[in-house]
Design a protein around this ligand. Structure first.
Ligand code: CP
Ligand code: NVA
Length: 305
């Protein structure tokens, strides 16, 4: 197992399945790892806002017996007040694990490279691995299986979709992206996913084609954090990819609808879909807690040897 969890592909397929099992056990209060963070402190560094990630990590750390330290970039000014190398070395003398949410993915890679303790990616501009692990746990609970799901992601080819591609490198699925020609995902990750040969990835510019016969319809905000100046342009580019009743009528009646949240209701998803019978969005939010506890268990078990 790798020291850090920066991408879903940091875990092998077996480690991913084991993480789902541990999350399931933690969720029902039947885990031998309940106290694994006893007497330990986890630094949670945020350069972007958060509801789910902050609260689920802080609660999860507490539930595993540890103490969480919320640190904003105003405080440490990573790479500005001092080098990422120095910050990584100093943090490692105080805390047992670091969770970080920031803009530049390479900052997180540098932090992990130089930290002597495990580092978890809590979202970067490139990926959002904890989110998609929690989403897959939710899909498993609702659909009864992990493999060979058909998943359609509608909207911006963003960090969340990139993490879906990373997951598709490890678990077989048919992953479709319904998006505009100008909002494509990270091309390096797309190429790696195709080369991994585990899953089929389809990029289409037709929303109806994307959702036809799928098990999961997924959407996310059209303009991610740090891109709000592009909100108008993206809204124009992606207006045909809204998840609404009309689109849902073209999908399988047993499909589930997911959104990582926060949502811009009325933009990428309508109220009627978000609050409708296919929606599992709040189960996804809850599962962030359970899956992140399991990810912390995996890293801490490995770190403690
Ligand atoms: N889904 C998610 O990561 O939510 P927050 O931005 O509120 O943490
Ligand atoms: N793509 C979104 C996800 C938020 C959880 C963003 O990066 O803002």
């Amino acid at each position: 197992m790798t020291k850090d969890f920066l991408q879903i592909t940091d875990f092998t397929t077996e480690e991913i399945y084991e993480t789902f099992d541990i999350a399931g056990e933690l969720k029902v209060g039947e885990s031998i790892y309940e106290g694994i963070l006893k007497g330990k402190t986890v630094a949670c560094i945020f350069t972007k806002p958060s509801l789910r990630t902050r609260i689920s990590f802080e609660t999860g750390i507490y539930e595993l017996g540890g103490y969480s330290l919320y640190v904003t970039d105003k405080e440490i000014q990573l790479g500005v007040r001092e080098s990422i190398y120095d910050a990584a070395k100093v943090l490692s003398r105080f805390v047992s694990m670091i969770m970080i949410r920031t803009f530049d993915h390479s900052d997180v890679e540098q932090l992990a490279e130089h930290a002597d303790v495990p580092v978890i990616n809590g979202l970067t501009d490139l990926t959002h691995p904890c989110q998609v692990m929690g989403d897959m746990l939710t899909a498993k609970e609702h659909l009864g299986r992990l493999e060979n799901l058909k998943v359609a992601f509608l909207g911006d080819g963003n960090n969340v979709f990139n993490s879906w591609m990373n997951l598709a490198c490890r678990i077989p699925m048919e992953l479709r992206l319904g998006t505009s020609p100008k909002t494509l995902p990270d091309q390096k990750i797309l190429k790696k996913t195709e080369e991994a040969g585990k899953s089929k990835v389809i990029v289409t510019h037709d929303a109806a084609e994307a959702v036809s016969g799928v098990d999961v319809i997924y959407t996310d905000v059209w303009a991610s954090m740090g891109q709000k100046e592009k909100a108008k342009e993206k809204a124009e580019l992606l207006k045909d990819f809204q998840v609404n009743d009309e689109l849902l009528a073209k999908a399988d009646p047993s499909c589930i609808v997911m959104h990582c949240l926060p949502a811009n209701r009325g933009e990428e998803i309508t109220d009627s879909v978000m609050d409708g019978k296919h929606s599992v969005v709040f189960d996804e939010a809850e599962n962030r807690l359970h899956i992140q506890k399991a990810i912390m268990v995996q890293l801490m078990r490995n770190h403690l040897g």
